[in-house]
Write a protein that binds this ligand. Structure first.
Ligand code: PGA
Length: 251
């Protein structure tokens, strides 16, 4: 089963408007061919990104969304607002949102629901802390994150989900998970989808790896059987690094 690879850059809370425009203009020259490229600038840089990338195949992703459609939620951004500027992809459940903003499985499943109901594509992130892995709890934890966050979706709706496995201890640390750890977890996630939704859905599901993916390790990671690309943090802020990672995904 061949699945088109995805390389998605998560810019997190980086880049002023000018810096963002400069980087997007450089990225705009990358020809993607058989790789889907996505970038997730901050909310303030989304509109410009959409405008600059109007005729490009690079897709623009929001890093977060609120779970209510509208109302008195000072400081929050709704799905409708994102749609109104042309954003149709959202990252939900990044470990930094879970950890620093107390986003629980219940909150995340509400976000998934509102995004899916509004025809958004979702990159849903899961990942364990080092302490969970050391206790041997990592498979159970990932399973509960997936079941609680996603498995209320119908077979039709689950098709809009991309999963990103990002072990928390590998994010921003320069410490990548071992290849066998990555493959084992991705295979486990695909099996969960198979058991719940059947072969067709699980074979088509794209599972990205995230956590210190760099130009020097991307090719190896992307060649693992159940890895369908990467969610890239630090290295996505540098044009030549991100370009090299996209090239590594070309197989
Ligand atoms: P990193 O971040 O590539 O800087 O480790 C990955 C992520 O948080 O998505």
């Amino acid at each position: 089963m061949s699945r088109k690879k995805i390389v998605a850059g998560n810019w997190k809370m980086n880049m002023t408007q000018d810096q963002s425009v400069d980087l997007i203009s450089e990225l705009n020259q990358i020809t993607s061919n058989d790789v889907e490229i996505k970038i997730a600038p901050s909310f303030t840089n989304l509109s410009k990104a959409i405008l600059i990338l109007e005729n490009s195949e690079i897709e623009v992703i929001a890093q977060n969304v609120h779970f209510e459609e509208r109302g008195a939620f000072t400081g929050e951004i709704s799905v409708e607002m994102l749609k109104s500027i042309g954003v149709s992809n959202i990252i939900i459940g990044h470990s930094e949102r879970r950890k620093y903003f107390n986003e629980t499985d219940i909150i995340l499943s509400k976000k998934v629901k509102v995004a899916i109901d509004n025809s958004m594509k979702i990159i849903f992130c899961v990942g364990e802390e080092l302490s969970e892995r050391e206790k041997g709890n990592h498979f159970e934890l990932i399973k509960s994150q997936i079941i609680n966050g996603l498995f209320e979706l119908s077979t039709d709706k689950i098709k809009s989900i991309i999963v990103a496995y990002e072990p928390v201890w590998a994010i921003g640390t320069g410490k990548t998970a071992e290849n066998h750890q990555i493959q084992q977890m991705h295979e486990f996630i695909r099996k969960l989808f198979k058991d719940n939704y059947g072969n067709d859905i699980s074979n088509k599901l794209r599972i990205l790896y995230g956590g210190s993916v760099k130009p020097n390790n991307a090719k190896e990671i992307f060649s693992l059987a159940d890895v369908d690309g990467g969610l890239i943090g630090g290295a996505s802020l540098n044009f030549s690094d991100f370009k090299a990672i996209v090239q590594a995904a070309h197989g």
